[in-house]
Design a protein around this ligand. Structure first.
Ligand SMILES: Cc1cc2nc3c(=O)[nH]c(=O)nc-3n(C[C@H](O)[C@H](O)[C@H](O)COP(=O)(O)O)c2cc1C
Length: 323
């Protein structure tokens, strides 16, 4: 039986899914998106959170957005302390643990997916986290460091703790983002997980979603709770809405040019208010176009204009040609 889940999450993406991007997605293409995650916040016990991180958590910057803050650390005391501060000061009641980041620097410090390397240490860490934390805790994980078979032991550990949900990106750290997601390991894990499970990985088009849900459905009757979308939304901000309308012959949910223009302008002018000067603004907008540009592959000349723009006037001229 095909899994027919229509609950979507916007994945945390460091440097991109800050409150401005998140609000624009919510306002223009929020249909079907039931949870949003902050990019990871790494506790700095002596210095405290950065002002950018605090701004991202403020309730007034997330009106109507069901937001889950995410923390990146391998120190249970730091996790508990910062979770407490975030929940008390900003009114959240759930914190997500990043056990998936594959970056070499992060992993080198035993954080992100690096936390999966030593399973005894992982067990001690989670034990202390669940003992000390007063809020709900969920986990976003990869299958392991080198070999997806590592997940069997990792899951035995996860299954001992009352996490609200487990979000699985079925790759190992060594995969980075290469190759295909390891669906057979995801399906096996889903069968064995005691907690609700969220699928995450490589959904860029409606057909990717249909294929993956069919594959999961053919291997187990156990439902996935939701599907988390990352790079697919960066490339096509209306992806969640299109997935909601996948079986709707009347309405595809695809973004119109007017919507994309309004979405772009909301992000552009909001960034303009917070960034000091044109260069950081252009840097962030070009990064966005690096992904969104694939929707306009036939307009390469205008995309190049955006990429090569040296000031906002040149940049906006390129955008006008496309949208
Ligand atoms: C630029 C970028 C930044 C990311 N930052 C984070 C992060 O802060 N926390 C996290 O858990 N995952 C992070 N991820 C991983 C995504 O949340 C997601 O798990 C990954 O992209 C796979 O999903 P997708 O195939 O739908 O993109 C990041 C991914 C990218 C591409």
């Amino acid at each position: 039986m095909t899994q027919n889940n229509k609950q979507f999450y916007l994945a945390p993406m460091e440097g991109i899914t800050g409150f401005i991007y998140r609000n624009a997605v919510h306002e223009f293409f929020g249909e079907g998106i039931v949870r949003y995650f902050t990019p990871f916040i790494a506790p700095r016990p002596k210095k405290g959170m950065q002002s950018k991180e605090r701004r991202g958590l403020l309730p007034e910057n997330n009106v109507g957005i069901p937001l889950i803050p995410q923390l990146l650390t391998n120190k249970a005391a730091d996790f508990a302390e910062l979770s407490h501060e975030i929940c008390e000061q900003y009114g959240y009641n759930e914190i997500n643990l990043n056990a998936g980041c594959p970056s070499k620097t992060v992993v080198g410090h035993g954080k992100g997916s690096g936390i999966l390397k030593d399973t005894e240490a992982l067990d001690r860490f989670l034990n202390e986290v669940f003992e000390k934390c007063r809020c709900k805790v969920s986990v976003k994980t990869r299958l392991g460091m080198y070999d997806p078979a590592e997940f069997e032991r990792i899951l035995e550990i996860y299954n001992q703790y009352p996490m609200t949900e487990l979000i699985i990106h079925p790759r190992v750290q060594a995969d980075q983002y290469r190759g295909s997601v390891r669906m057979e390991y995801f399906c096996r894990a889903l069968e064995k997980c005691k907690m609700p499970v969220v699928y995450n990985g490589d959904i860029f088009r409606v057909t990717d979603y249909q294929e993956k849900m069919a594959q999961i459905g053919s291997s187990t009757d156990k439902p996935v709770k939701a599907v988390m979308l990352g790079r697919g939304i960066l490339k096509n901000p209306a992806l969640a809405r299109m997935l909601c309308h996948a079986d709707d012959p009347q309405e595809s949910g695809e973004a119109t040019k007017e919507e994309l223009r309004a979405f772009h302008d909301r992000i552009f002018y909001s960034y303009q208010e917070i960034f000091d000067g044109e260069m950081p603004l252009l840097f962030h907008m070009k990064e966005l176009w690096g992904a969104m540009g694939s929707m306009f592959a036939e307009q390469e000349k205008s995309l190049k204009k955006i990429r090569k723009s040296k000031n906002t006037a040149e940049y906006l001229a390129g955008v006008h040609e496309i949208l």
